[in-house]
Design a protein around this ligand. Structure first.
Ligand SMILES: Cc1cc2nc3c(=O)[nH]c(=O)nc-3n(C[C@H](O)[C@H](O)[C@H](O)COP(=O)(O)OP(=O)(O)OC[C@H]3O[C@@H](n4cnc5c(N)ncnc54)[C@H](O)[C@@H]3O)c2cc1C
Length: 520
């Protein structure tokens, strides 16, 4: 990939010529604004000649792009509100390519797709680190709704700034200010996403070939394969596309990425890929009930929406367990976290941090935080870490100076105003920690299906022989499949989830083909 002086990649002359063939060639003078903060959408812009500056809402310059460069970040594909303003700094000749035309090109042109998607994702990651960009969340640390909104923004990788204060005029927190200045008072997460143009607005009743419930690796894989193989595919996700994997700082064992890949990057790529093939990811829409039918299944969503589908893939994964401590929620989001990504690592540099758990995800988080400069102690219940953690990770813990305490459980938290100062262990030891990261194992997100499909005693969904089903990934109800962590007996790993999600689509086709003509 060619790179210009500013570190932004360049389009080759043949790519520029091809874009000129499908887009509209335009010119603009110095001082002209190509698009601005708060705009609903913008075209893909490839620069033939001249230069532009990208500014934040306050007018601070973030970067410049010149000849052969191109503009845009993830919101161009997701349709999300514009976070930056672009102003011409040298007379400009450029090609404007409509979003839908670009989508078609990305579908057909591998090298262009690679260049554009990689750049869009790294720009989004860079924007997330810029202060004062994106949405503003106003609300004090003591407000649970504000803390939930912050979690939601983090999980959805929205650039945001938090003002730890009560909204003026005695309004209830949080207040969310959108790019462009519009204010939402005490919005739901769905209100924010839809106001940003990210959240797809579903009809009260949707009818599709394939409904995928859950937008983690399994669900995204099912959506990519379903849509690319011609099924009208809708994916509903209750929180943030990417699932558990999206919150993983580094996935080291995913095939094809010898240097590892961040969960956010892997799943952002998958989301872009799903959109590229025409799958419709809709978020945040939580499934609350399943109503199996003969040939048509109905999934009820929060806020009264319902989706009628010829086949359903359950890919709702699992959620991390919490510690049974009375005041835990007072620290969640400020000092207690369930994921360790770049924002958390930034907050924890040079602080005393405890990672709780003996599994590989705890080990990975501990290493990641230690590499970011935190003083990390890993607390786990058993006598030997080797019983639960891979050898390579135990070596990494040593290499990065992570202290390991065996047979350690937290009995009490100490701190004030959501800021943790210390913990007391069940053996009475008091240890000073400013942050806790909890990796305590998972429980399946299956309450919402009730007893409509057969589940194991532990709540995971049974499939194949165990469910008396025709296909390996089919549940006890024909036409309803389960893939990934939610499935009883599955390997709780990213690659396994992706494999199952893709494989489920094969069974969906076989199931649909076996349906009587009238039901197709
Ligand atoms: C911190 C961390 C590090 C990890 N590191 C690795 C690693 O290095 N290598 C590896 O292979 N694996 C790793 N894993 C495990 C891996 O991420 C999981 O195995 C994988 O994400 C499972 O994918 P899934 O799609 O089955 O489920 P999930 O990723 O759990 O996704 C399920 C999705 O469904 C959504 N959902 C739940 N209920 C509903 C509902 N009712 N309606 C709508 N949506 C719903 C959830 O919000 C979620 O987004 C890690 C996990 C974590 C948390």
């Amino acid at each position: 990939m060619a790179a210009s002086a500013s570190g932004s990649p360049s389009l080759s002359p043949s790519q520029l010529a091809m874009l000129a063939g499908v887009g509209e060639e335009r010119t603009a003078g110095v001082g002209d604004v190509l698009y601005r903060v708060g705009d609903a959408t913008y075209p893909f812009i490839a620069i033939q000649e001249g230069e532009v500056a990208v500014l934040d809402a306050a007018g601070n310059e973030l970067v410049r792009h010149g000849a052969s460069g191109f503009l845009g970040e993830l919101n161009l594909l997701s349709g999300q509100t514009v976070f930056v303003t672009v102003v011409v700094t040298r007379p400009l000749r450029y090609v404007a390519v409509d979003r839908d035309v670009l989508r078609g090109l990305l579908f057909e042109d591998g090298p262009l797709s690679d260049l554009v998607l990689t750049t869009f994702m790294s720009r989004r990651a860079a924007l997330q680190r810029v202060e004062g960009l994106g949405i503003e969340i106003v609300g004090p640390r003591s407000s649970g709704a504000t803390m939930r909104m912050l979690d939601f923004a983090r999980a959805n990788r929205l650039p945001f700034t938090w003002h730890d204060e009560s909204p003026s005029g005695g309004e209830e927190a949080p207040l969310v200010r959108l790019p462009g200045g519009a204010e939402l008072k005490q919005p739901s997460s769905g209100d924010v996403l839809r106001a940003l143009g990210v959240g797809r607005e579903l009809e009260r009743r949707e009818e599709v070939d394939l409904l995928v419930v859950g937008g983690g690796p399994a669900g995204l894989a099912a959506a990519v394969y379903g849509a690319s193989e011609g099924l009208d595919t809708l994916l509903v996700e209750g929180t943030a596309l990417g699932g558990q994997a999206g919150s993983s700082s580094r996935i080291e064992n995913y095939l094809g990425f010898p240097a590892g890949i961040s969960g956010a990057e892997l799943t952002s790529r998958a989301v872009s890929q799903a959109r590229k093939f025409g799958a419709r990811p809709a978020t945040p829409y939580r499934a609350v009930a399943l109503d199996p039918g003969d040939g048509r299944h109905v999934v009820h969503l929060e806020e009264g929406h319902e989706v009628v589908a010829r086949a359903v893939v359950l890919a709702t994964g699992a959620e991390y367990r919490r510690l049974p401590l009375a005041d835990l929620s007072a620290y969640e989001g400020t000092s207690v976290f369930y994921a360790a990504g770049p924002p958390e690592a930034q907050v924890c540099g040079a602080a005393r941090v405890a990672v709780v758990g003996g599994g590989n995800s705890a080990g990975q988080a501990a290493v990641w935080l230690a590499r970011g400069g935190a003083l990390v102690t890993l607390l786990h219940r058993r006598g030997y870490l080797r019983e639960t953690m891979s050898d390579y990770l135990i070596q990494e813990l040593e290499r990065y100076g992570v202290a390991v305490r065996d047979r350690s459980e937290i009995a009490e938290l100490h701190g004030e105003g959501g800021r943790l100062e210390a913990v007391t262990l069940t053996d009475g030891n008091r240890l000073p920690f400013s942050f806790l990261f909890l990796f305590l194992g998972a429980r399946p997100c299956t309450e919402w299906v009730g007893d409509t499909v057969a589940r194991h005693d532990d709540g995971f969904v049974l499939t194949g022989d165990a469910a008396g089903a025709a296909y390996l990934l089919e549940t006890s109800v024909p036409g309803i499949f389960a893939a990934g962590d939610v499935r009883s007996g599955s390997t709780k790993r990213c690659a396994a989830a992706v494999g199952e999600g893709s494989m489920a689509v094969q069974f969906v086709h076989e199931h649909l083909a076996a349906q009587p003509a009238g039901a197709r």
